[in-house]
Design a binder for this molecule. Structure first.
Ligand SMILES: Cc1cc2nc3c(=O)[nH]c(=O)nc-3n(C[C@H](O)[C@H](O)[C@H](O)COP(=O)(O)OP(=O)(O)OC[C@H]3O[C@@H](n4cnc5c(N)ncnc54)[C@H](O)[C@@H]3O)c2cc1C
Length: 422
């Protein structure tokens, strides 16, 4: 299978338009501190399937509200897109579309979670400035000259031939997290503080009796009884016929590299959204660059439609796409070129995309107690918290107040395709 080095759909254009695994023991730890008395007596048993940012945020808020939560993840928590994303957050970049209130609520929740969970230390939460830049690759691929004159808004470490810089986000409106650390911090807190359980196993089926969820069955035969099930399987959602009979989620493969420059202190907190002109003729690319407080610099881009492999651990980057990202790094900054920065990761993962580009969040039509949350495309790290908080309200109270979920309901697809058997 080949991947085009010219993106068919790029992460940046999504953003602009709408804009080793750690496993947990299979043990049950229950803490009573924050549970309400009714929950204490009869905690609702909720199985959340999928240990990406969406499943984990849902598990966190459910467990915090007192539900007896079991998170089922087939490989490792944050092993897929939620561990390999940029982690960029924006308050108002989704304002013109259906995601507006979800994104705004999530941006605020990220800020309060960072205070609650020591986000700056635990998972690299920080507000940052975001610049849009145009940059042209030089034929020779020579190391860029520090003497190229550039506008003062461009930080010193960006010493490549940049043009047309624009401030497109300020520390009030843009921020970042390290997505893998964020997701793993949240699940650790859900386990330690609120008694959630993590089971490493593959969901095979949801058992339904008289139109209501009864249990889930895992590969190997284990059955977990439950009052409610939340399916947060990302680009694997449609491997489950229960969902694929209603709507489609396809995977868009995107690449990223993580670099460790020799002098990380010289790299300021500026996220860069590039219009990158390759030296060979071809369409401009739009890679993104995110320096992290860990001292690393993350670059992503180069996306293409591709079949999602069954096992997340089998997802590898296309060498040509990785090469392009390395050239982008070197063109942007002499500090990110070969010999100046160590390559810590070369990777790929899949964005979960729906046919109408709107996430699917809500109860599955016709099955009481069965919920779905997926299709967050390029904004899942941003929108994880409000999705999780709203889903917890929906499951426990019957309706969400933090965000109006109507626009996200899976019921919008009913009638567009025929339901098959569960
Ligand atoms: C290169 C790149 C950069 C990105 N940058 C950003 C960004 O800067 N900001 C932002 O907001 N978003 C960003 N995103 C988007 C974001 O990463 C995704 O929207 C988000 O991670 C999706 O989360 P998820 O939980 O739905 O899916 P995933 O992270 O894919 O998690 C799904 C999980 O379900 C598990 N699973 C699947 N099937 C089963 C089964 N049968 N049983 C049990 N478990 C199962 C998988 O193992 C996986 O762990 C980026 C994405 C990419 C690819």
């Amino acid at each position: 299978m080949t991947v085009s080095v010219v993106p068919s759909v790029s992460i940046s254009s999504f953003l602009r338009q709408t804009r080793n695994a750690r496993t947990f023991p299979i043990t049950l730890i229950r803490c009573s501190s924050s549970k309400s008395s009714t929950m204490e007596e009869h905690p609702k048993r909720v199985v959340v399937c999928g240990g990406g940012v969406i499943g984990v945020c849902t598990a966190y808020f459910l467990a915090k509200r007192g539900a007896a939560v079991t998170l089922v993840e087939k490989s490792a928590v944050a092993c897929a897109a939620s561990g390999k994303a940029g982690g960029f957050l924006a308050l108002d970049w989704c304002d013109s579309g259906a995601l507006s209130s979800l994104a705004r609520a999530s941006f605020d929740l990220h800020r309060s979670l960072a205070q609650e969970l020591d986000g700056p230390q635990s998972y690299g939460y920080r507000p940052l400035t975001t610049l849009g830049l145009s940059i042209a690759e030089t034929e020779s691929q020579a190391t860029p000259s520090a003497s190229v004159s550039k506008p003062s808004s461009v930080p010193n470490w960006v010493d490549g031939p940049v043009r047309s810089p624009k401030t497109i986000g300020t520390p009030d409106t843009t921020a970042q997290v390290h997505p893998q650390l964020f997701t793993r911090t949240l699940i650790s807190k859900a386990v330690e503080n609120y008694g959630a359980e993590v089971v490493i196993g593959k969901l095979e089926s949801v058992e339904v009796e008289e139109g209501r969820v009864k249990s889930v069955a895992l590969e190997g035969g284990r059955v977990i009884e439950s009052d409610a099930v939340v399916l947060a399987l990302g680009p694997w959602s449609c491997k489950l016929e229960l969902l694929s009979s209603i709507f489609r989620v396809h995977g868009l493969k995107a690449h990223s590299i993580v670099l460790e420059p020799k002098n990380p202190d010289a790299i300021t907190p500026h996220a860069l959204f590039l219009t990158y002109h390759p030296s060979q003729r071809g369409k401009p690319l739009d890679p993104e660059v995110y320096p992290r407080p860990t001292g690393e610099v993350y670059l992503c881009g180069m996306s293409a439609e591709e079949e999602v492999p069954d096992d997340p651990e089998q997802i590898v980057g296309n060498p040509e796409a990785i090469k392009v990202l390395k050239r982008v790094a070197k063109t942007v900054s002499s500090q990110l070129g070969e010999g100046e920065a160590e390559v810590k990761a070369e990777q790929a993962c899949f964005l979960p995309c729906t046919d109408d580009s709107v996430p699917v969040i809500g109860e599955v039509p016709g099955i009481r107690g069965c919920y779905v949350a997926t299709g967050h495309s390029c904004w899942g790290i941003l929108n994880g918290p409000a999705t999780g908080a709203a889903m917890a309200e929906l499951v426990l109270d019957g309706r969400a107040s933090i965000v109006d979920l109507t626009v996200f309901s899976p019921a919008r697809f009913v009638g567009r395709s025929r339901r098959g058997k569960v």
